[in-house]
Design a protein around this ligand. Structure first.
Ligand code: TNX
Length: 525
Protein backbone atom coordinates (compact mmCIF):
# COMPACT_ATOMS: atom_id res chain seq x y z
CA UNK A 1 0.00 0.00 0.00
CA UNK A 2 1.39 3.44 -0.86
CA UNK A 3 1.57 6.00 1.89
CA UNK A 4 -1.13 8.13 0.19
CA UNK A 5 -3.46 5.17 0.15
CA UNK A 6 -2.71 4.44 3.75
CA UNK A 7 -3.37 8.06 4.69
CA UNK A 8 -6.67 7.85 2.86
CA UNK A 9 -7.45 4.69 4.75
CA UNK A 10 -6.61 6.35 8.02
CA UNK A 11 -8.77 9.33 7.11
CA UNK A 12 -11.64 7.07 6.10
CA UNK A 13 -11.33 5.39 9.47
CA UNK A 14 -11.48 8.67 11.33
CA UNK A 15 -14.56 9.74 9.38
CA UNK A 16 -16.22 6.34 9.73
CA UNK A 17 -15.40 6.17 13.41
CA UNK A 18 -16.85 9.62 13.95
CA UNK A 19 -19.96 9.12 11.85
CA UNK A 20 -20.79 5.46 12.26
CA UNK A 21 -18.69 4.66 15.27
CA UNK A 22 -17.32 1.88 13.09
CA UNK A 23 -14.98 -0.45 14.92
CA UNK A 24 -12.31 -2.43 13.09
CA UNK A 25 -10.42 0.57 11.75
CA UNK A 26 -6.86 0.36 12.92
CA UNK A 27 -4.44 3.23 13.21
CA UNK A 28 -1.39 2.95 11.01
CA UNK A 29 0.84 4.48 13.66
CA UNK A 30 2.74 1.65 15.33
CA UNK A 31 3.86 3.96 18.14
CA UNK A 32 0.23 4.43 19.20
CA UNK A 33 -0.47 0.72 19.67
CA UNK A 34 -1.50 -0.12 23.21
CA UNK A 35 1.10 -2.77 23.94
CA UNK A 36 1.52 -4.25 27.42
CA UNK A 37 4.25 -4.58 28.48
CA UNK A 38 5.44 -1.43 26.73
CA UNK A 39 8.28 -2.25 24.34
CA UNK A 40 11.72 -0.74 24.79
CA UNK A 41 11.71 0.95 21.39
CA UNK A 42 9.12 1.53 18.66
CA UNK A 43 9.75 3.33 15.37
CA UNK A 44 6.64 3.92 13.27
CA UNK A 45 6.64 4.24 9.48
CA UNK A 46 2.97 5.19 9.01
CA UNK A 47 1.66 2.46 6.75
CA UNK A 48 0.08 -0.94 7.26
CA UNK A 49 0.46 -4.62 6.41
CA UNK A 50 -2.64 -6.61 5.49
CA UNK A 51 -3.09 -10.14 6.72
CA UNK A 52 -5.02 -11.88 3.95
CA UNK A 53 -5.97 -15.39 2.92
CA UNK A 54 -2.72 -15.33 0.90
CA UNK A 55 -0.62 -14.82 4.04
CA UNK A 56 1.34 -17.72 5.54
CA UNK A 57 3.76 -18.05 8.42
CA UNK A 58 7.27 -19.09 7.41
CA UNK A 59 9.85 -20.32 9.87
CA UNK A 60 13.54 -20.59 9.15
CA UNK A 61 14.94 -24.10 8.75
CA UNK A 62 13.39 -27.32 10.01
CA UNK A 63 13.59 -26.57 13.73
CA UNK A 64 10.80 -28.26 15.69
CA UNK A 65 10.77 -25.41 18.16
CA UNK A 66 10.32 -22.72 15.51
CA UNK A 67 7.61 -24.76 13.82
CA UNK A 68 5.85 -24.98 17.17
CA UNK A 69 6.05 -21.20 17.68
CA UNK A 70 4.78 -20.61 14.15
CA UNK A 71 1.93 -23.04 14.76
CA UNK A 72 1.11 -21.34 18.06
CA UNK A 73 0.71 -18.04 16.18
CA UNK A 74 -1.40 -19.68 13.45
CA UNK A 75 -3.60 -21.33 16.10
CA UNK A 76 -4.15 -17.95 17.77
CA UNK A 77 -5.02 -16.10 14.57
CA UNK A 78 -6.93 -18.64 12.49
CA UNK A 79 -10.13 -19.13 14.56
CA UNK A 80 -11.09 -15.43 14.49
CA UNK A 81 -9.64 -14.38 11.12
CA UNK A 82 -10.44 -17.59 9.23
CA UNK A 83 -7.58 -16.67 6.92
CA UNK A 84 -6.20 -20.19 6.97
CA UNK A 85 -2.63 -19.14 7.79
CA UNK A 86 -0.33 -22.11 7.25
CA UNK A 87 3.06 -22.76 8.77
CA UNK A 88 5.85 -23.49 6.32
CA UNK A 89 9.59 -23.88 6.50
CA UNK A 90 12.07 -22.01 4.36
CA UNK A 91 15.80 -21.37 4.18
CA UNK A 92 15.53 -17.84 2.84
CA UNK A 93 13.18 -14.88 3.27
CA UNK A 94 9.74 -15.75 1.85
CA UNK A 95 7.92 -13.86 -0.90
CA UNK A 96 6.01 -10.64 -0.23
CA UNK A 97 2.86 -10.82 1.87
CA UNK A 98 4.04 -13.30 4.52
CA UNK A 99 5.17 -13.49 8.12
CA UNK A 100 8.73 -14.74 8.67
CA UNK A 101 10.18 -16.00 11.96
CA UNK A 102 13.93 -16.58 12.13
CA UNK A 103 16.81 -16.85 14.57
CA UNK A 104 19.03 -14.60 12.50
CA UNK A 105 19.35 -11.71 14.91
CA UNK A 106 22.86 -12.37 16.25
CA UNK A 107 22.31 -9.22 18.27
CA UNK A 108 23.83 -9.09 21.76
CA UNK A 109 21.54 -6.24 22.83
CA UNK A 110 18.48 -8.48 22.46
CA UNK A 111 19.77 -11.15 24.86
CA UNK A 112 17.95 -14.47 25.36
CA UNK A 113 14.39 -13.13 25.35
CA UNK A 114 14.51 -10.04 23.12
CA UNK A 115 13.23 -9.73 19.57
CA UNK A 116 13.12 -7.33 16.66
CA UNK A 117 9.86 -7.06 14.75
CA UNK A 118 9.92 -5.23 11.44
CA UNK A 119 6.60 -4.65 9.73
CA UNK A 120 6.47 -3.10 6.28
CA UNK A 121 3.52 -2.90 3.90
CA UNK A 122 5.03 -6.01 2.23
CA UNK A 123 6.10 -8.30 5.07
CA UNK A 124 6.27 -9.07 8.76
CA UNK A 125 9.77 -10.05 9.80
CA UNK A 126 10.43 -11.30 13.32
CA UNK A 127 13.99 -12.09 14.38
CA UNK A 128 15.54 -13.07 17.70
CA UNK A 129 18.64 -14.74 19.09
CA UNK A 130 16.64 -17.48 20.81
CA UNK A 131 13.20 -19.10 20.38
CA UNK A 132 11.93 -17.33 23.53
CA UNK A 133 12.44 -14.00 21.78
CA UNK A 134 10.35 -15.17 18.82
CA UNK A 135 7.62 -16.28 21.22
CA UNK A 136 7.49 -12.81 22.79
CA UNK A 137 7.51 -11.17 19.36
CA UNK A 138 4.50 -13.34 18.52
CA UNK A 139 2.67 -11.95 21.57
CA UNK A 140 3.43 -8.45 20.28
CA UNK A 141 1.98 -9.33 16.86
CA UNK A 142 -1.22 -10.54 18.59
CA UNK A 143 -1.51 -7.27 20.50
CA UNK A 144 -0.97 -5.14 17.38
CA UNK A 145 -3.94 -6.82 15.70
CA UNK A 146 -7.49 -5.72 16.60
CA UNK A 147 -8.72 -7.03 19.98
CA UNK A 148 -11.31 -9.28 18.36
CA UNK A 149 -8.49 -11.41 16.96
CA UNK A 150 -8.57 -13.02 20.42
CA UNK A 151 -12.08 -14.38 19.86
CA UNK A 152 -12.39 -18.06 19.06
CA UNK A 153 -15.21 -17.57 16.54
CA UNK A 154 -15.06 -15.93 13.10
CA UNK A 155 -14.80 -12.11 13.19
CA UNK A 156 -14.88 -9.52 10.46
CA UNK A 157 -11.57 -8.04 9.25
CA UNK A 158 -9.69 -6.14 8.00
CA UNK A 159 -6.63 -7.52 9.80
CA UNK A 160 -4.06 -4.77 9.57
CA UNK A 161 -0.75 -4.32 11.33
CA UNK A 162 0.72 -0.82 11.58
CA UNK A 163 4.22 -0.63 10.10
CA UNK A 164 7.53 0.13 11.76
CA UNK A 165 10.15 -1.56 13.89
CA UNK A 166 9.99 -2.75 17.49
CA UNK A 167 13.15 -3.68 19.33
CA UNK A 168 12.40 -5.12 22.69
CA UNK A 169 14.04 -7.00 25.56
CA UNK A 170 13.08 -7.47 29.22
CA UNK A 171 14.46 -5.58 32.20
CA UNK A 172 14.38 -8.71 34.42
CA UNK A 173 14.87 -12.40 33.64
CA UNK A 174 12.31 -13.56 36.24
CA UNK A 175 8.78 -12.29 35.60
CA UNK A 176 6.40 -14.43 37.54
CA UNK A 177 3.19 -15.01 39.35
CA UNK A 178 2.30 -17.54 42.03
CA UNK A 179 -0.86 -19.57 42.39
CA UNK A 180 -1.77 -21.00 45.80
CA UNK A 181 -3.43 -24.29 44.90
CA UNK A 182 -3.26 -25.46 48.53
CA UNK A 183 -5.85 -23.21 50.22
CA UNK A 184 -8.23 -23.79 47.33
CA UNK A 185 -7.39 -26.34 44.68
CA UNK A 186 -7.32 -25.27 41.03
CA UNK A 187 -7.52 -28.02 38.41
CA UNK A 188 -5.30 -28.65 35.41
CA UNK A 189 -7.46 -26.63 32.99
CA UNK A 190 -7.51 -23.58 35.26
CA UNK A 191 -3.73 -23.69 35.58
CA UNK A 192 -3.27 -24.06 31.81
CA UNK A 193 -5.56 -21.11 31.28
CA UNK A 194 -3.47 -19.05 33.70
CA UNK A 195 -0.27 -20.07 31.88
CA UNK A 196 -1.78 -18.79 28.61
CA UNK A 197 -2.60 -15.48 30.29
CA UNK A 198 0.92 -15.15 31.71
CA UNK A 199 2.44 -15.84 28.28
CA UNK A 200 0.27 -13.19 26.62
CA UNK A 201 1.89 -10.60 28.88
CA UNK A 202 5.42 -12.03 28.40
CA UNK A 203 5.72 -13.48 31.91
CA UNK A 204 7.91 -16.54 32.24
CA UNK A 205 7.50 -18.11 35.69
CA UNK A 206 4.58 -19.79 37.41
CA UNK A 207 5.33 -20.59 41.04
CA UNK A 208 2.89 -23.22 42.33
CA UNK A 209 2.33 -23.26 46.10
CA UNK A 210 1.67 -27.00 46.28
CA UNK A 211 1.31 -27.63 49.99
CA UNK A 212 0.03 -25.83 53.06
CA UNK A 213 -1.95 -26.46 56.23
CA UNK A 214 -5.16 -27.01 54.29
CA UNK A 215 -3.97 -29.34 51.56
CA UNK A 216 -1.20 -31.32 49.84
CA UNK A 217 -1.65 -31.07 46.07
CA UNK A 218 1.12 -33.09 44.38
CA UNK A 219 1.28 -36.87 44.31
CA UNK A 220 4.39 -38.22 46.03
CA UNK A 221 4.61 -41.91 45.20
CA UNK A 222 6.72 -42.83 48.25
CA UNK A 223 4.29 -41.09 50.67
CA UNK A 224 0.87 -41.73 49.09
CA UNK A 225 -1.21 -40.61 52.06
CA UNK A 226 -0.08 -37.00 51.51
CA UNK A 227 -2.62 -36.72 48.74
CA UNK A 228 -4.95 -39.63 49.60
CA UNK A 229 -5.69 -37.99 52.94
CA UNK A 230 -3.95 -34.60 52.91
CA UNK A 231 -5.44 -33.60 49.57
CA UNK A 232 -9.03 -34.35 50.48
CA UNK A 233 -10.26 -30.93 51.47
CA UNK A 234 -9.57 -27.18 51.28
CA UNK A 235 -10.49 -23.88 52.93
CA UNK A 236 -14.17 -23.89 53.78
CA UNK A 237 -14.36 -27.71 53.79
CA UNK A 238 -14.83 -28.19 50.03
CA UNK A 239 -13.57 -31.12 48.08
CA UNK A 240 -9.88 -30.30 47.57
CA UNK A 241 -7.89 -32.28 45.03
CA UNK A 242 -4.35 -32.88 43.82
CA UNK A 243 -2.29 -33.37 40.67
CA UNK A 244 -1.07 -36.84 39.84
CA UNK A 245 2.55 -36.84 38.72
CA UNK A 246 1.32 -37.43 35.17
CA UNK A 247 -0.97 -34.38 35.33
CA UNK A 248 1.80 -32.31 36.85
CA UNK A 249 4.18 -33.36 34.07
CA UNK A 250 1.55 -32.32 31.55
CA UNK A 251 1.37 -28.88 33.19
CA UNK A 252 5.15 -28.53 33.18
CA UNK A 253 5.24 -29.36 29.47
CA UNK A 254 2.34 -27.04 28.66
CA UNK A 255 4.17 -24.25 30.45
CA UNK A 256 7.51 -25.06 28.78
CA UNK A 257 5.87 -24.85 25.36
CA UNK A 258 4.91 -21.27 26.32
CA UNK A 259 8.34 -20.40 27.74
CA UNK A 260 6.98 -20.48 31.27
CA UNK A 261 8.95 -22.33 33.96
CA UNK A 262 6.95 -23.91 36.76
CA UNK A 263 8.60 -23.60 40.16
CA UNK A 264 7.10 -26.05 42.67
CA UNK A 265 6.91 -25.06 46.32
CA UNK A 266 6.66 -27.39 49.28
CA UNK A 267 6.32 -25.07 52.26
CA UNK A 268 8.22 -26.13 55.42
CA UNK A 269 8.77 -26.47 58.35
CA UNK A 270 5.56 -24.49 59.03
CA UNK A 271 2.44 -24.51 56.84
CA UNK A 272 2.59 -28.31 57.02
CA UNK A 273 -0.65 -29.41 58.69
CA UNK A 274 -1.80 -31.41 55.65
CA UNK A 275 1.37 -33.55 55.89
CA UNK A 276 1.12 -33.76 59.71
CA UNK A 277 -2.48 -34.98 59.37
CA UNK A 278 -1.45 -37.63 56.84
CA UNK A 279 1.55 -39.16 58.68
CA UNK A 280 1.60 -39.33 62.49
CA UNK A 281 5.38 -39.96 62.58
CA UNK A 282 6.07 -36.44 61.29
CA UNK A 283 4.68 -35.00 64.55
CA UNK A 284 6.87 -34.71 67.65
CA UNK A 285 4.17 -36.45 69.71
CA UNK A 286 3.65 -39.14 67.07
CA UNK A 287 -0.04 -38.30 66.68
CA UNK A 288 -1.62 -37.20 63.40
CA UNK A 289 -3.38 -33.83 63.48
CA UNK A 290 -6.85 -33.17 62.09
CA UNK A 291 -7.29 -31.82 58.58
CA UNK A 292 -7.68 -28.04 58.67
CA UNK A 293 -10.09 -25.89 56.65
CA UNK A 294 -9.69 -22.46 58.29
CA UNK A 295 -7.36 -19.62 57.29
CA UNK A 296 -5.12 -19.11 60.33
CA UNK A 297 -1.36 -19.30 59.76
CA UNK A 298 1.66 -20.17 61.89
CA UNK A 299 0.38 -23.07 64.02
CA UNK A 300 1.99 -26.13 62.41
CA UNK A 301 5.55 -27.44 62.24
CA UNK A 302 7.35 -30.56 61.11
CA UNK A 303 9.26 -32.17 63.96
CA UNK A 304 12.73 -30.84 63.20
CA UNK A 305 14.65 -33.17 65.50
CA UNK A 306 13.33 -36.47 64.17
CA UNK A 307 15.30 -38.28 61.48
CA UNK A 308 12.14 -39.50 59.76
CA UNK A 309 11.34 -35.86 58.96
CA UNK A 310 14.48 -35.64 56.84
CA UNK A 311 13.81 -38.99 55.17
CA UNK A 312 10.37 -37.64 54.28
CA UNK A 313 11.75 -34.37 52.92
CA UNK A 314 14.45 -36.13 50.94
CA UNK A 315 11.86 -38.38 49.28
CA UNK A 316 9.62 -35.41 48.46
CA UNK A 317 12.50 -33.36 47.05
CA UNK A 318 13.82 -36.31 45.06
CA UNK A 319 10.46 -36.97 43.40
CA UNK A 320 9.80 -33.28 42.82
CA UNK A 321 13.27 -32.64 41.38
CA UNK A 322 12.70 -35.47 38.92
CA UNK A 323 9.48 -33.76 37.74
CA UNK A 324 11.13 -30.35 37.44
CA UNK A 325 13.17 -29.21 34.44
CA UNK A 326 13.55 -25.70 35.93
CA UNK A 327 16.53 -24.81 38.12
CA UNK A 328 14.65 -23.91 41.33
CA UNK A 329 12.73 -25.75 44.02
CA UNK A 330 10.92 -23.50 46.53
CA UNK A 331 11.07 -24.69 50.13
CA UNK A 332 8.86 -22.03 51.73
CA UNK A 333 10.26 -21.28 55.18
CA UNK A 334 7.73 -18.52 55.95
CA UNK A 335 5.75 -17.89 59.11
CA UNK A 336 7.17 -20.88 61.00
CA UNK A 337 5.91 -19.43 64.27
CA UNK A 338 5.52 -22.88 65.82
CA UNK A 339 9.19 -23.72 65.18
CA UNK A 340 11.80 -22.41 67.62
CA UNK A 341 14.41 -20.26 65.87
CA UNK A 342 17.17 -22.55 67.17
CA UNK A 343 15.41 -25.43 65.38
CA UNK A 344 14.46 -23.41 62.30
CA UNK A 345 18.03 -22.42 61.37
CA UNK A 346 19.64 -25.90 61.28
CA UNK A 347 16.50 -27.22 59.58
CA UNK A 348 16.66 -24.67 56.74
CA UNK A 349 20.42 -25.24 56.42
CA UNK A 350 19.99 -28.99 56.10
CA UNK A 351 17.07 -28.79 53.66
CA UNK A 352 19.02 -26.41 51.40
CA UNK A 353 21.76 -29.04 51.17
CA UNK A 354 19.18 -31.68 50.27
CA UNK A 355 17.85 -29.55 47.41
CA UNK A 356 21.38 -28.98 46.13
CA UNK A 357 22.13 -32.71 46.40
CA UNK A 358 19.19 -33.30 44.04
CA UNK A 359 20.66 -30.88 41.52
CA UNK A 360 18.44 -27.86 42.15
CA UNK A 361 18.81 -24.34 43.51
CA UNK A 362 16.81 -23.10 46.48
CA UNK A 363 14.18 -20.41 46.47
CA UNK A 364 12.52 -19.54 49.79
CA UNK A 365 10.55 -16.76 51.50
CA UNK A 366 12.62 -14.01 53.10
CA UNK A 367 12.80 -15.63 56.57
CA UNK A 368 15.37 -18.06 55.14
CA UNK A 369 17.94 -15.25 55.39
CA UNK A 370 17.91 -15.92 59.17
CA UNK A 371 19.70 -19.20 58.30
CA UNK A 372 23.01 -19.62 56.47
CA UNK A 373 22.33 -19.22 52.78
CA UNK A 374 23.95 -21.77 50.50
CA UNK A 375 25.49 -20.65 47.19
CA UNK A 376 22.73 -19.75 44.66
CA UNK A 377 19.89 -19.67 47.19
CA UNK A 378 17.46 -16.90 46.25
CA UNK A 379 15.52 -14.96 48.89
CA UNK A 380 11.94 -14.05 48.03
CA UNK A 381 11.21 -10.71 49.68
CA UNK A 382 7.56 -10.60 50.76
CA UNK A 383 7.37 -9.10 54.26
CA UNK A 384 10.53 -7.98 55.99
CA UNK A 385 13.03 -5.79 54.18
CA UNK A 386 15.55 -6.54 56.95
CA UNK A 387 15.45 -10.24 56.00
CA UNK A 388 16.00 -9.48 52.33
CA UNK A 389 18.86 -7.16 53.27
CA UNK A 390 20.39 -9.97 55.36
CA UNK A 391 20.14 -12.13 52.26
CA UNK A 392 21.97 -9.57 50.12
CA UNK A 393 24.62 -9.25 52.85
CA UNK A 394 25.15 -13.02 52.53
CA UNK A 395 25.65 -12.60 48.78
CA UNK A 396 22.22 -13.88 47.74
CA UNK A 397 19.99 -12.57 44.98
CA UNK A 398 16.50 -11.37 45.77
CA UNK A 399 13.15 -12.03 44.12
CA UNK A 400 10.87 -9.07 44.69
CA UNK A 401 7.33 -9.93 45.82
CA UNK A 402 6.56 -7.24 48.41
CA UNK A 403 3.13 -7.91 49.92
CA UNK A 404 2.30 -4.19 50.17
CA UNK A 405 2.79 -3.68 46.41
CA UNK A 406 2.63 -7.03 44.64
CA UNK A 407 0.22 -9.35 46.45
CA UNK A 408 -2.62 -10.26 44.13
CA UNK A 409 -4.76 -11.39 47.05
CA UNK A 410 -4.84 -7.91 48.59
CA UNK A 411 -8.18 -6.16 48.11
CA UNK A 412 -8.32 -3.20 45.74
CA UNK A 413 -10.18 -1.17 48.36
CA UNK A 414 -12.53 -1.77 51.27
CA UNK A 415 -15.41 -2.61 48.91
CA UNK A 416 -13.61 -5.45 47.09
CA UNK A 417 -15.61 -8.66 46.92
CA UNK A 418 -12.64 -10.97 47.41
CA UNK A 419 -9.24 -10.72 49.01
CA UNK A 420 -7.57 -9.84 52.29
CA UNK A 421 -6.06 -6.56 53.41
CA UNK A 422 -3.53 -7.35 56.12
CA UNK A 423 -0.68 -5.85 54.06
CA UNK A 424 -2.48 -3.07 52.17
CA UNK A 425 -5.27 -2.16 49.83
CA UNK A 426 -3.69 -2.29 46.39
CA UNK A 427 -5.59 -0.28 43.79
CA UNK A 428 -4.47 -0.73 40.20
CA UNK A 429 -2.32 2.44 40.26
CA UNK A 430 -0.58 1.44 43.47
CA UNK A 431 0.17 -2.02 42.08
CA UNK A 432 1.82 -0.36 39.06
CA UNK A 433 3.57 2.59 40.65
CA UNK A 434 6.69 1.10 42.16
CA UNK A 435 10.13 0.13 41.03
CA UNK A 436 11.72 -3.09 42.33
CA UNK A 437 15.18 -1.51 42.18
CA UNK A 438 14.08 1.52 44.16
CA UNK A 439 11.96 0.08 46.95
CA UNK A 440 14.58 -0.81 49.54
CA UNK A 441 17.74 1.34 49.31
CA UNK A 442 20.03 -1.59 50.20
CA UNK A 443 18.56 -3.77 47.42
CA UNK A 444 19.85 -2.65 44.04
CA UNK A 445 18.96 -3.73 40.53
CA UNK A 446 22.01 -6.01 40.35
CA UNK A 447 20.83 -7.86 43.48
CA UNK A 448 17.40 -8.57 41.98
CA UNK A 449 16.52 -11.50 39.70
CA UNK A 450 13.04 -10.17 39.03
CA UNK A 451 9.51 -9.82 40.30
CA UNK A 452 6.67 -12.09 41.31
CA UNK A 453 3.02 -11.34 42.06
CA UNK A 454 1.56 -14.11 44.26
CA UNK A 455 -2.11 -15.03 44.47
CA UNK A 456 -2.94 -16.59 47.83
CA UNK A 457 -6.28 -18.33 47.61
CA UNK A 458 -7.89 -18.19 51.04
CA UNK A 459 -10.80 -16.13 49.63
CA UNK A 460 -11.00 -17.43 46.06
CA UNK A 461 -11.80 -20.94 44.84
CA UNK A 462 -13.18 -20.53 41.33
CA UNK A 463 -11.42 -19.29 38.19
CA UNK A 464 -13.59 -16.16 37.90
CA UNK A 465 -12.94 -15.25 41.52
CA UNK A 466 -9.20 -15.65 41.11
CA UNK A 467 -9.29 -13.59 37.89
CA UNK A 468 -11.05 -10.74 39.67
CA UNK A 469 -8.00 -10.38 41.92
CA UNK A 470 -5.39 -11.16 39.27
CA UNK A 471 -6.73 -8.83 36.57
CA UNK A 472 -6.04 -6.14 35.68
CA UNK A 473 -3.17 -5.90 38.20
CA UNK A 474 -1.17 -8.71 36.57
CA UNK A 475 -0.64 -6.55 33.47
CA UNK A 476 1.08 -3.94 35.62
CA UNK A 477 3.38 -6.52 37.20
CA UNK A 478 4.19 -7.89 33.76
CA UNK A 479 5.18 -4.37 32.69
CA UNK A 480 7.26 -3.79 35.83
CA UNK A 481 9.17 -6.97 35.04
CA UNK A 482 9.69 -6.20 31.36
CA UNK A 483 9.81 -2.46 30.75
CA UNK A 484 12.67 -0.26 32.02
CA UNK A 485 11.36 1.90 34.87
CA UNK A 486 12.26 5.15 33.07
CA UNK A 487 9.76 4.26 30.32
CA UNK A 488 6.91 3.62 32.76
CA UNK A 489 4.35 6.18 33.81
CA UNK A 490 0.90 5.57 35.29
CA UNK A 491 -0.94 8.27 33.31
CA UNK A 492 0.26 6.85 30.02
CA UNK A 493 -0.09 3.24 31.18
CA UNK A 494 -3.70 3.61 32.27
CA UNK A 495 -4.72 4.50 28.71
CA UNK A 496 -3.02 1.39 27.33
CA UNK A 497 -4.57 -0.65 30.12
CA UNK A 498 -8.01 0.72 29.25
CA UNK A 499 -7.70 -0.65 25.73
CA UNK A 500 -6.84 -4.07 27.18
CA UNK A 501 -10.29 -4.08 28.78
CA UNK A 502 -11.70 -5.09 25.43
CA UNK A 503 -8.97 -7.70 24.94
CA UNK A 504 -9.60 -9.19 28.37
CA UNK A 505 -13.32 -9.33 27.62
CA UNK A 506 -12.62 -11.11 24.32
CA UNK A 507 -10.45 -13.58 26.22
CA UNK A 508 -13.22 -14.15 28.77
CA UNK A 509 -11.16 -12.79 31.65
CA UNK A 510 -13.15 -11.59 34.63
CA UNK A 511 -11.29 -8.43 35.65
CA UNK A 512 -11.93 -5.73 38.24
CA UNK A 513 -13.13 -2.59 36.39
CA UNK A 514 -11.21 -0.09 38.49
CA UNK A 515 -12.56 3.46 38.41
CA UNK A 516 -9.02 4.74 38.01
CA UNK A 517 -8.81 3.35 34.48
CA UNK A 518 -10.55 5.15 31.57
CA UNK A 519 -12.20 1.98 30.20
CA UNK A 520 -14.35 2.17 27.12
CA UNK A 521 -18.17 2.29 27.58
CA UNK A 522 -18.74 -1.46 27.65
CA UNK A 523 -16.38 -2.10 30.50
CA UNK A 524 -17.63 0.56 32.88
CA UNK A 525 -20.18 -0.83 35.23
C1 TNX B 1 1.06 -14.65 54.26
S1 TNX B 1 3.02 -14.58 52.11
C2 TNX B 1 1.49 -15.90 53.87
C3 TNX B 1 0.52 -16.84 53.29
C4 TNX B 1 -0.87 -16.28 53.29
C5 TNX B 1 -0.82 -14.84 52.87
C6 TNX B 1 -2.16 -14.20 52.71
C7 TNX B 1 3.58 -15.73 52.87
C8 TNX B 1 4.93 -16.14 52.56
N1 TNX B 1 2.80 -16.28 53.81
O1 TNX B 1 0.56 -18.04 54.00
O2 TNX B 1 -1.64 -17.01 52.39
O3 TNX B 1 -0.10 -14.13 53.84
O4 TNX B 1 -2.06 -12.93 52.15
Amino acid sequence: MTSTKSKNFALACIVLTAVLSQPGCKPTDLSKENLIPKPVSVTATGSSFDLTDQTDIYVQGESEELLRIGQYLADKLNPSTELGLEVKTTTEAPATGNIFLSLAANDAELGNEGYELTITDKSVNLVANKPAGLFYGVQTIRQILPAKVEMTTKQKGPWKLATGTIRDTPAYGYRGSMLDVARHFFGVDDVKNFIDQLAYYKMNVLHLHLSDDQGWRIEIKSWPNLTAHGGKTEVGGGEGGFYTQEQYTELVKYAQDRFVTIIPEIDMPGHTNAALASYPELNCDGKATELYTGIEVGFSTLCTNKEVTYQFIDDVIRELAALTPGEYLHIGGDESHATKIEDYIPFMNRVQDMVIAHGKKVLAWDEIALATLKPNTVVQYWAKAENAIKGVAQGAKVLMAPAKSAYLDMQYDSTSTYGLHWAAYIEVDKGYNWDPANLVPEIKKENIIGIEAPLWSETVGARQEAEYLIFPRLLGYAEIGWTPSELRNWDEYKVRLASHGERMRMMNINFYPSKLVPWDGQTKK
